[in-house]
Design a protein around this ligand. Sequence first.
Ligand SMILES: COc1ccc(CNC(=O)c2ccc3nccnc3c2)cc1
Length: 326
Amino acid sequence: NLMSDDQSSLPRALQDKYVLTRRIGTGVCGEVRLAFERSTCTKLAVKIINKKNFQSEGTATRNAETEIQILQRVDHPCLIKTEDFYQTEDSYYIVLELMEGGELFHRVKSQQQLNEGVAKLYFYQMLCAVQYLHRNGIIHRDLKPENILLSSNEDTCLIKVTDFNQSRILEEAALMRTLCGTPSYLAPEVFTHASTTGYGLAVDAWSLGVLLFVCLSGYAPFHESFSENSVKEQIIRGEFTMVPSKWRRVSNQAKDVVRKLLVVDPTQRMSVDEALQHPWLQDQQMLQTAHSLMYPEGEDAPPAAAPSDAPVAASMEAESSTGERF
Ligand SMILES: COc1ccc(CNC(=O)c2ccc3nccnc3c2)cc1
């Protein structure tokens, strides 16, 4: 357990600054422990990635950037933030903000299914996070309910995407290397550059479709018990079933978003940008709530087209009576 050898195998500098306690999450590449910063007693999460099974993921093809560097480079309210980072010869230790609400997976399971308004609020935040990644040339590639964390136990809460270790930088270099090899096995879309880039990003749109399906219905769209076909075959055929008892109270607009994301042909699949424009998400109440969660006190919110007679502007003018500009 922790108090014996593990504690001693932790980097000295990590131990000096944090106390690591119980395990709160496990992932394919390691575990997450609850930690406390000694000086402030702040609660944090420390993700421990065991290098050997991390390397074995064939990450050799990925350029120097690894999950850690991606984590340190990205900055969005719906992407988990790295507070600190340590490593030994066999492990990485990533200090993260603690998400008190835990995994979306457990929230959906405990509530059977989310009510549509809550699912919409969470889904909108996921779309914003993934749109930010895509705009920065990053494909997550492993979006699932375990990788979506909730900031509190309230329904109305901020969500954050985590676990970038499967993510891929959309590098041209990799495409060039691929094209240098024997072309005979390559699919046509690998050659048509545009669809290659589009193709890569579209994998996240599919996963978001599965995530929304699970949030709205409480069950997975592709499952071995639904058909004699394997899950892989159901996915390749886009064969999913909306069980009436679970989907009765779900609006047609919400179902439309799911149906347009779970499209087999990546070039026909709705993109993240298109999903953000879908009528289901043009819900001012939800957008207002989401933005107040993502940008509390309106700090560093992306510039919106504020109405010209906004009273705030007036008070700003008044406050700047000394003439300096904000
Ligand atoms: C006060 O002690 C706790 C309070 C709430 C929880 C629920 N949270 C978690 O279980 C959890 C799991 C994985 C995570 N990965 C990164 C960041 N935060 C995480 C939080 C876990 C412990």
